[in-house]
Design a protein around this ligand. Structure first.
Ligand code: NAD
Length: 351
């Protein structure tokens, strides 16, 4: 087991390579009166959990984004109310990023914030969603619009969860790992170069190492900048176009896949601006393509994507911003680049 420390509204640890059931039991005993597990696909995935004297309840929620709704949250609030959950009690969220976002927000909103534990079961959840204390549900007006910064008391990373993850979800999660490599830790890229998804999946020590490194990158950034002012923006490498694609596709394409296309686009944009070498640009494309991630998108979508990126600009109230790298591990901000340069870079990733 290894640990990564995170700070924000509280200090907590990410416990990596643990058996989640025994670690959870250890955490629960003597700490709390009752705990509610929220999870998708409860029976098959979670089974029996022992908490000693702690009473453990379960609440199944709908899978993925469908669970991140006010309707589901209302049901959980009703349940917590009927069970008389107090500030001494605990929520445990077991699932992908959607479930840890939901469970974290259920805990944040009950009695102005009760403790919760995150047990992410996807790569994206482990390296991204469960780290950093951002919790949320969706509103009719968009994703993650209702939420709170509310850190868990611990994050438990058990790699056995990943055995059942589809290749598509696995690769989508690795996009965020690749991003961590480009913005902060080149060793991640060294481990991914020239290798495909199945080789990576079957190499447990590699998975342990790159996931731990990606968690450390996110932990360091969010600990410096809990409420997302400037430093945390570096985590948005590839995300400006990525978010625009997510919206254009009506969320039918995985977040990590959109970020992959966004990073491929950044490779071309940065090359055209003279920020990176042709070799570093090619490195982006080779690593992402090698993992089976998409690096191109529909040519005719460009006007909508540009409009979507500008929407993001309005939301931020300032300018159209991209996170760039000038070398591996060195990020900068690029504001309002020439639209012809943006289009030229997009043409290189359009099909
Ligand atoms: N809070 C944050 O900082 C943050 C950061 C990034 C993403 N997110 C959120 O995370 C969510 C995306 O997370 P995700 O990519 O994990 O998607 P997800 O939670 O929707 O899970 C993807 C699919 O994998 C399934 N799944 C989960 N664990 C599995 C397992 N072990 N084996 C087999 N199938 C499994 C889920 O049931 C689901 O169908 C989005 O809602 C996004 O907004 C939050």
């Amino acid at each position: 087991m290894s640990t990564v420390n995170v700070s924000g509204d509280r200090h907590y640890q990410v416990l990596i390579d643990v058996n989640w059931k025994s670690e959870l039991s250890r955490l629960l005993i003597g700490r709390t009166r009752a705990a509610l597990i929220v999870s998708e696909n409860m029976k098959e995935r979670v089974g029996e959990v022992s908490g000693g004297d702690v009473e453990i309840f379960t609440f199944p929620i709908p899978d993925g984004e469908a669970g991140k709704s006010t309707a589901t949250l209302q049901q959980v609030w009703n349940w917590l109310g009927a069970a008389g959950f107090t500030r001494d009690d605990l929520v445990i969220a077991i699932g992908g990023g959607a479930t840890t976002d939901f469970g974290g927000y259920a805990a944040a909103s009950w009695l102005r914030g009760i403790d919760w534990v995150a047990i992410p079961t996807t790569v994206a959840g482990m390296v991204d969603a469960a780290i950093g204390g951002k919790t949320a549900i969706n509103s009719d007006y968009g994703k993650n619009l209702i939420g709170a910064f509310h850190s868990p008391i611990a994050v438990l990373i058990d790699f056995t969860w990943l055995e059942t993850l589809s290749d598509r979800d696995y690769a989508a999660g690795l996009a965020e790992v690749v991003k961590a490599g480009f913005i902060a830790d080149g060793e991640i890229l060294n481990q991914l170069r020239g290798r495909d998804l199945s080789t990576i999946r079957n190499d447990q020590s590699c998975v342990l190492d790159i996931v731990t490194r990606a968690i450390s990158v996110k932990a360091l950034v969010v600990s410096e900048d809990f409420k997302e002012s400037f430093a945390r923006e570096a985590l948005n490498y590839g995300h400006t176009l990525g978010h625009a694609i997510e919206l254009e596709s009506k969320f039918t394409i995985r977040h990590g896949e959109c970020v992959s296309i966004g990073m491929a686009f950044m490779a071309h944009l940065q090359l055209s601006l003279g920020l990176i070498s042709p070799q570093l640009a090619q490195d982006h494309l080779d690593i992402l393509h090698g993992l089976g991630l998409p690096i191109s998108y529909n040519r005719s979508a460009w006007p909508t994507l540009l409009a979507n990126m500008s929407l993001d600009k309005k939301a931020r109230g300032k300018s159209l911003r991209f996170v760039t790298i000038t070398s591996i591990g060195k990020t900068e901000r690029l504001e309002n680049p020439d639209e012809t340069l943006l289009l030229a870079a997009y043409e290189k990733v359009s099909s």
